[in-house]
Design a protein around this ligand. Structure first.
Ligand code: GTQ
Length: 345
């Protein structure tokens, strides 16, 4: 019996598979889609729902034994992959009074966004910074960092790392320091004074692509938003949205992850928006909801939510909202890939 065209093709595919060959035409539409087709889903983690689990993890393992005691926020569309978007990792890290998360360094860049607690510290390259809710703290690629809690309360922060990106490039290196806490060589506040006061030391040149400021305190960010709101210049899609910058270059504070803080006033309903960078949000203040496709994410203080790449969304605000967010936008922009779509086009 003569083979059908399909059978002929399949037999051909089977034969060439032995030579590590496969036909493009069978996979073309998957490889080169007309539009982004994220497998990630919109999702929200209500802090009140998951806080008990975070605290429970504190009774199961110490920060030292765990190295980092973190519950990973896994996108429900990407199970088992330790990622919140296709390119980004996020987790909630707990450090209890008296604990130390031992010093290590790795190729992956990390951001911390403080969610609960007061006064724990992160040490980065010989300087400690004390953290408060709403602070944005950076540990650049390949810098030694350890965390400790000398306060009387548990501290929880959102970790954002470029783990899937570094994994994609197969460029991961990591090592542990031979002591839990790194030696300190600079007083607390040194980086802030040197690089974060609208001044730079004469002759200062920086080769690293990450901002030398490693704590952007919420107090200052919040005050900037509050002063700016008086002009009532609201962007229809974003309200009042600011990006964190590297003061040396004016670029994003980190080379792989963009970070933002935005203020959305009570009663605002934003215009539909989408962009090619999937966004992770942490709610600092206020209440509202985000409509993402058919889903509605109802958010309040300390909640985390994610909007995948190219999913049209809009926000409705019940009470003055302050939202921190991060995405892979710097990389996409450098590669000429980033796109946005404002409104309903
Ligand atoms: O604090 O260094 O959530 O290395 C994942 C990996 C946190 C950290 C994470 C890490 C860290």
């Amino acid at each position: 019996m003569a083979m059908t065209a399909n059978e002929q093709r399949q037999a051909f595919y089977d034969r060439i598979a032995g030579s590590n060959l496969t036909p493009l035409w069978e996979v073309f539409a998957d490889l080169i889609s007309a539009q982004p087709e994220s497998r990630a889903r919109p999702a929200l983690w209500r802090y009140d729902d998951i806080r008990p689990f975070i605290l429970e993890s504190g009774g199961l393992i110490s920060a030292k034994e765990a190295v980092r005691r973190v519950l990973i926020l896994e996108n429900p569309g990407l199970p088992g992959q330790s990622r919140i978007t296709n390119t980004l990792y996020a987790g909630l890290q707990l450090i209890l009074p008296g604990e130390v998360a031992p010093a290590h360094r790795h190729s992956q860049s990390a951001l911390r966004f403080i969610v609960e607690g007061h006064g724990a510290y992160t040490a980065v390259e010989g300087e400690k910074t004390v953290m408060q809710p709403g602070d944005f703290v950076i540990t650049p690629s390949w810098t030694w960092h350890d965390h400790g809690n000398e306060s009387a309360e548990p501290m929880v922060w959102l970790d954002g790392l470029d783990i899937p990106i570094v994994g994609f490039f197969e460029a991961s290196f990591a090592e542990d320091l031979d002591q839990d806490s790194q030696p300190l060589s600079r007083p607390t506040g040194d980086a802030q004074a040197r690089y974060g006061a609208g001044l730079l030391p004469m002759g200062y040149e920086r080769s690293a692509p990450t901002s030398p400021v490693f704590n952007y305190p919420y107090e200052r960010t919040r005050e900037a938003l509050e002063k700016m709101r008086r002009t009532e210049e609201w962007d229809p899609c974003h309200g009042l949205k600011m990006r964190y910058v590297n003061p040396v270059t004016g670029d994003y504070a980190m080379p792989t992850m963009a970070t933002f803080m935005q203020l959305l006033p009570t009663g605002l309903a934003t215009a539909p928006y989408r962009s090619t960078d999937g966004m992770v949000y942490s709610v600092v203040e206020g209440r509202g909801r985000s409509h993402v496709g058919d889903e509605i994410l109802e958010w309040g203080p300390r909640d985390t939510f994610v909007i995948p790449s190219w999913q049209r969304h809009r926000h409705e605000v019940d009470a003055d909202a302050v939202l921190f967010s991060f995405s892979d936008r710097p990389i996409q922009e450098k590669l000429g890939l980033w796109r946005e779509d404002r409104g309903n086009h």
